[in-house]
Design a protein around this ligand. Structure first.
Ligand code: GAR
Length: 209
């Protein structure tokens, strides 16, 4: 059974969706860089081990990441899931988890990498918006995309309605992608990413118009 660790910084609604999905892998631990993150309460309620590793207590990214790495090795983790984890990771850490670390980002990558995605979508007047599950690589929000949830922006949408609608899509697609990895439907190989035995040419799309 695949052992999963989830890294969080905030509310943890994606963590909750992953807990509620009854994955065929096991969530063995949750790490937060913020002691006040509500995600920690969700993990505790679900009986999952937690670790608080405050980035502020370390002199640089490498030192912080090294402590996270120790914890992940102690939990014997196979797969690392970033779920609202708001820290940029160092190159050695990313390298160690190449092909074994996923992130979810609130935009249709490669559009709108970085912060404030909903504002930027509204400002540009885009018709389509959504979220992307992707592998984590050294470059921010640039690893291969595995799945996208797509929605149509309505004339009445504002930042908070878009955030809510994108969150709903995230809660649908993140557990699905993680389950595909747990049950072997999605594989990271030396030849590239395979989805149901075929090379994944573009992210699997989930639409919610
Ligand atoms: C999610 O919307 C996720 O896409 C975003 O943080 C939110 C966390 O919500 N992640 C990023 O912006 C990463 N660049 P949650 O704590 O309720 O799961």
């Amino acid at each position: 059974m695949i052992k999963i660790a989830i890294l969080v910084s905030g509310s943890g609604s994606n963590l909750q969706a992953l807990i509620d999905a009854n994955l065929s892998g096991q969530i063995v631990g949750v790490i937060s860089n913020k002691p006040e993150a509500y995600a920690l309460k969700r993990a505790e309620k679900a009986g999952i081990a937690t670790a608080i590793i405050e980035h502020k207590q370390y002199p640089n990214r490498e030192a912080f990441d090294a402590v996270m790495q120790q914890q992940l090795l102690a939990w014997d983790v196979d797969l690392v899931i970033l779920a609202g984890f708001m820290r940029i990771l160092s190159a050695p850490f990313v390298q160690a988890w190449q092909g074994k670390m996923l992130n979810i980002h609130p935009s249709l990558l490669p559009h709108y990498k970085g912060m404030h995605t909903h504002q930027r979508v509204l400002h540009t007047g885009d018709v389509w918006h959504g979220c992307t599950v992707h592998y984590v690589t050294a470059e921010l929000d640039a690893g291969q995309s595995l799945a996208q949830g797509v929605l149509q922006v309505n004339i009445q949408d504002d930042v908070s309605s878009l955030a809510k609608r994108v969150h709903q899509l995230e809660h649908l697609i993140y557990p699905q992608v993680v389950e595909w990895i747990c049950n072997g439907a999605l594989q990271h190989t030396h030849q590239g990413v395979l989805y149901r035995g075929q090379a994944l040419q573009q992210p699997v799309q989930f639409c919610n118009f």
